[in-house]
Ligand binder design. Structure first.
Ligand SMILES: [Zn+2]
Length: 346
């Protein structure tokens, strides 16, 4: 009896080696464990054995039965892996250059305006830089002349990470890094950089406030840069974006990173200046804080403020898109309603 089991065992392992499909594996299972299978037949025979060997034989047969079941289950996995590998080997190489048959995506209205402004400034010799969204407090505040305990910090409450870093509250957070990257311009040349980016503030949400919004900042540094350069670039920018004359006003504004500083407002395009919720009934929208870069900011960026001057402007990209497309509620941009967003795509 026990000799028989050994024969069955080696017969099984011999036949298993030749199996290359699930069908064959199933046939093998039936041949050994099925109703008339070799193992089953042996089980049936137990009752004919002498009492003293019955117990041992039963135990051994069960061990063999379990071995075979486990081997089959294991082999099934091996077959699946072989099958999978075959599919990979036979798969055609995917060609990413084939145009999609499904409708392609469209740009978000913010991206459209951003790209438009980038194109305008690129033709005027500006380089485009990316600013990090996660910033050190130093880059976001100290390096743009907002030391600890400065009141401006209260107005820019943001989200703090566990490691002490923050989500940047304004694109100015990139100024220091950019100045250090490019350094002071060569004699007779200027450094002109445009850096758009997503910013974050802990705001109470309403029609004109979001916790996530976009700004676009630019700066120009050189030996003879003045306010007239600033005004020139702002005028080009607004005319190109709105494709018509836009009423603007320039008034003194205080921002720690510029001296002198200005606030450029544009006439509210939504109510035409009569007053609405978007412009808080003033008829004007604060669009663009700007000014001459503060000497402290230049020197923290490694640029000699005795020798160089520069201007910087920070544009509310989200607000500009609201004005351009007549969008009354800022929350539409991050709302994820594709139907609403797609209507701005030309
Ligand atoms: Zn208005």
């Amino acid at each position: 009896m026990l000799e028989n089991l050994d024969k069955i065992r080696s017969k099984f392992s011999e036949e298993l080696k030749a199996i290359d499909s699930n069908d064959k594996l199933e046939k093998l299972r039936v041949a050994f464990l099925g109703k008339k299978g070799l193992v089953t037949e042996e089980l049936k025979n137990i009752k004919n054995l002498a009492n003293d060997v019955k117990k041992v034989a039963g135990k051994e047969l069960n061990i063999l039965k379990n071995e075979i079941e486990a081997a089959i289950a294991q082999y099934q996995k091996t077959l699946e892996e072989m099958e999978y590998q075959k599919e990979i080997d036979n798969a055609e190489v995917y060609d990413y250059s084939i145009p999609s048959e499904k409708p392609v995506g469209t740009l978000h209205p913010i991206s459209i305006v951003q790209k438009q402004i980038e194109d305008i400034f690129k033709t005027m010799g500006f380089v485009i830089e990316d600013g990090l969204e996660i910033q050190t407090e130093y880059n976001n505040f100290e390096a743009v002349n907002i030391p600890k305990n400065h009141p401006a910090r209260d107005m820019q409450d943001t989200y703090y990470l566990e490691n002490g870093q923050i989500l940047k509250t304004h694109t100015s957070a990139a100024q220091n890094t950019i100045m250090k990257k490019y350094g002071a311009p060569n004699p007779g040349e200027t450094l002109k950089v445009l850096f758009p980016g997503r910013c974050f503030r802990n705001e109470n949400l309403d029609a004109s406030h979001e916790n996530t919004f976009f700004q676009l900042e630019g700066m120009m540094i050189g030996e003879d840069i003045s306010i007239s350069n600033l005004i020139y670039f702002m005028r080009v920018l607004l005319t190109e974006v709105f494709e018509r004359d836009v009423k603007v006003r320039l008034r003194p504004g205080y921002f720690p990173f510029v001296e002198p500083g200005f606030e450029l407002d544009i006439n509210c395009e939504i109510c035409g200046g009569d007053g609405c919720t978007t412009c808080k009934n003033t008829g004007w929208i604060e669009l663009l804080p700007c000014g001459m870069i503060h000497p402290n900011v230049l020197s923290m960026g490694g640029i000699d403020p005795e020798k160089y001057t520069g201007f910087a402007f920070g544009l509310g990209l989200t607000r500009l898109a609201m004005m351009k497309y007549n969008i009354k509620d800022i929350r539409l941009f991050n709302g994820g309603n594709l139907k609403q967003l797609k209507q701005f795509v030309k």
